[in-house]
Design a binder for this molecule. Sequence first.
Ligand SMILES: C=CC1=C(C)c2cc3[nH]c(cc4nc(cc5[nH]c(cc1n2)c(C)c5CCC(=O)O)C(CCC(=O)O)=C4C)c(C)c3C=C
Ligand code: FE2
Ligand code: FE2
Length: 334
Amino acid sequence: MLPANHPPVAPPRIGVLLVNLGTPDAASPRAVKRYLGEFLSDRRVVEISPLLWQPILRGIILNTRPKKSAHAYSQVWREDGSPLAAITAAQSRALQGAFGDGVTVDWAMRYGNPAIPERLAAMKAAGCERILIAPLYPQYCAATTATANDSAFATLAAMRWQPALRTLPPYHDDPRYIAALKESVEASLATLDFTPQTILASFHGMPKRTLELGDPYHCHCQKTARLLAEALGRPLTITFQSRFGPAKWLEPATDTTLAALPGQGIKQVAIVAPGFSADCLETLEELSIRGRDTFLAAGGTDFAYLPCLNDSTIGVQLLRQILRQELEGWLTAA
Ligand SMILES: C=CC1=C(C)c2cc3[nH]c(cc4nc(cc5[nH]c(cc1n2)c(C)c5CCC(=O)O)C(CCC(=O)O)=C4C)c(C)c3C=C
Ligand SMILES: [Fe+2]
Ligand SMILES: [Fe+2]
């Protein structure tokens, strides 16, 4: 029995926090500016001295890019908001109850809303004494996985009574991830009215320098693509998209590859983005809209964008499997 003046103590629970990159609150230049300001000020994302970078960001980029990006977002915006946030929320809903009554599943965005500190505080208040942070990036990258974990660790640094924390490791070569991708790609291919001559596996790019500094992201992408090609029993063309800024990024670039393929006699393509656990601006606008335009303008005849795993049955089953593995030893404590 607690003494009468004791603060309330909730029964112990386990929390699972799904985390994805982040997105603006609206498809407006104002909201995009706020989001990009937070995102591009993260030193894990842009590894340039803030003394040099902040004047460029505040003086040029945040005065030019938000209008263009807001237009791009408006082309893919859904009734329930940004695709990335809406799909991450749907993944979280689909996993509710999947690990038993004692486990709360919630979601957060590294930049924008709902923010990681806010959702972690809510979990703590609900009595979660053990929390699994799950950055939903199959391939580890300091600019995505590490910064999501940094934010969780920083939140705990301010807590007197910290929950125990685990983080989901990268799952780029997990046979269950590869099998889910294979099944999803084959199901999408079966709906097409043409047979692609090649399939592109497009991953988000990053500056080449980060590879030289030891980031395993490039190797993880290569391994995923190799294993997926083996599983599908056909070669894949690996490319990197979404170049940002003047530095050299990983190659070959998705857009230049799509522009070159028709000239090489490849006029029917399908494209899949295995590095994104949820469809977002970079897949729905950059690949499915602009990528298609680029390919058809260069003389291609048939183009198909194959969706991400999202909250599909296959996608949710994969998340359930990999998260359950990380909860091992905790579930009986709930
Ligand atoms: C999946 C892995 C991702 C890596 C690696 C990554 C690195 C990275 N990204 C930028 C710059 C931008 N990325 C933007 C959007 C964006 N990026 C990812 C994922 C990765 N980024 C996602 C899922 C999204 C979509 C967000 C959404 O709201 O749907 C953008 C913003 C959009 C725009 O203005 O065009 C920028 C900018 C850098 C510099 C970087 C470095 C390693
Ligand atoms: Fe990005
Ligand atoms: Fe992009």
